[in-house]
Design a protein around this ligand. Sequence first.
Ligand SMILES: Nc1nc2c(c(=O)[nH]1)N[C@H]1C(S)=C(S)[C@@H](COP(=O)(O)O)O[C@H]1N2
Ligand SMILES: [Mo]
Length: 529
Amino acid sequence: MNSGRWKQLGAGLLAGLVAAILMTLALLALRSLFGVATPSELVGDRVAPLLPVETFIDLLVRFGGYNNLKKLGVGSVIGGQLVVGGLGGLAYAYFAGRVQHRREPEQSRAGRRDWLFVGLLVGALWLLSLILLWPVLGTSYVGLPPGKATLANAVALLFAYTLYGLSLALLYNWMSGSDAAAGGEETAKLHPSGRRAVIAGGVGAVLALAAVGLLRRLSTLATFGYDGTQYKGADVQAVTPNERFYIVTKNVVDPDVTPSRWQLEVTGLVEQPQTFRFEDLTAMPATTQETTLRCISNEVGGGLMSNAVWKGVSLRSLIERAKPQPGVVEVVLHGVDNYTDTFAFEKALDPTTMVVYEMNGQPLAQNHGYPVRVIVPGLFGEKNVKWVTRVELVDHDAKGFYEQQGWGPNFVVPTAARFDLPENKKKLKLSEAAAGVPVKGVAHASRGVARVEVSTDDGRTWNEARLDYTRSPLAWVLWSYDWRPTQPGDYKLAVRATDNNGELQTDKERWTVPEGATGYHKITVPIEA
Ligand SMILES: Nc1nc2c(c(=O)[nH]1)N[C@H]1C(S)=C(S)[C@@H](COP(=O)(O)O)O[C@H]1N2
Ligand SMILES: [Mo]
């Protein structure tokens, strides 16, 4: 290749990169303004459920947690956009170059061929994106229903890719001093101008700064600051204050739903599909119900568990209006963030399975599912879909976001008890301890907790704890035990609960994957003379 050819390819690469930066900026602007999903978010949601749970946990460990993994995902996809953009530019230059060799006889058709190439490139990128991302395209961070969200995302991608293609062609031709873009017959594609390349690079840098600015703005809204918030310790109250309720989310930036754009659909195997607006739900007779949620990744003694009083309507009342057909076995719930989860139809018809819009007398907080979430007592937190927008009745076993990774298939919370006080390994003086060491915590079971016992001798003997708070079988209990050690030593404390069926919690130590952790919570309390 001669040096002019190399210059052309360089100009193509530069034009491709600058165009990709512009496209990235446009995508971030569309995300900020209209809540359409960015490719980063879509790719993350498309890939995450495909990861086997071992790989998923391995990545979490390797990159230092869910938040870092989310950042890595966003960064890689944006990097990928720039790489693909640059490669597209190279291909364009190569194509344009090829035309140029044949320029003499068919000069006037060169411009048309350029545009044909751009059209094909944009079309191919768009189709490929639609095919690969189809299962997650129904995401809307402002709360559009899945159908409209799919359309909005498809249009946004087409817009962004078109912007890329147009700016690539215009920039390349401008750098090459040609007027092909305007369909003119100028021929000067032979010598990309160095001065114009410098200007193009400058434009790219400015656009990149703007994109970084938008990324920064979005990252102030991101879930990094609160995903994984736990609720445990000495000051645990019976009802968790809303701002301290544990949080788990798959999202990089959680939905911020505008209720007027949002609706709840009941679809699938029904005679009369229903859509409920927010006002429709709040106009129905409401019930309140205290229910504890616990995440499947909560470790023994962990704080990914909280209790609140929820207000809303039974899911059953909504399903009945849609007149289910025979043969339904499961419901598939769909959040506006394209999170999905499922449970048995029978569980959906249980009157305690609810669609709620209030938490402890307040509207649901944005990051707990505003305007509406599902509460399904006795099943792990992940089934309690936030920002729910569709309930689909199906006749087969479907798998939700995490179940696809290999969690489950049993999602009933195992009976668990936890110490909140004293703190593990915190030294106490015998003189003070002899007057009574406050020992307390919470216990939770899918059928309600009947009894809690505490051992101070590593499980050899057990003592009855007092149940201080037993509001509802759907909620945790608060328990306490008055311990009066008389000798110094390293005491090994353990706690265990029995559920309302008289079943003692298992002491078998099991890891969170795939069906939640089990085993007794144990702490060591050194009592010094
Ligand atoms: N739409 C949606 N719903 C969701 C999730 C999510 O990422 N998106 N996370 C689930 C998980 S894993 C848990 S444990 C609970 C946590 O609910 P909370 O954050 O209100 O405590 O929400 C569940 N519902
Ligand atoms: Mo969870």
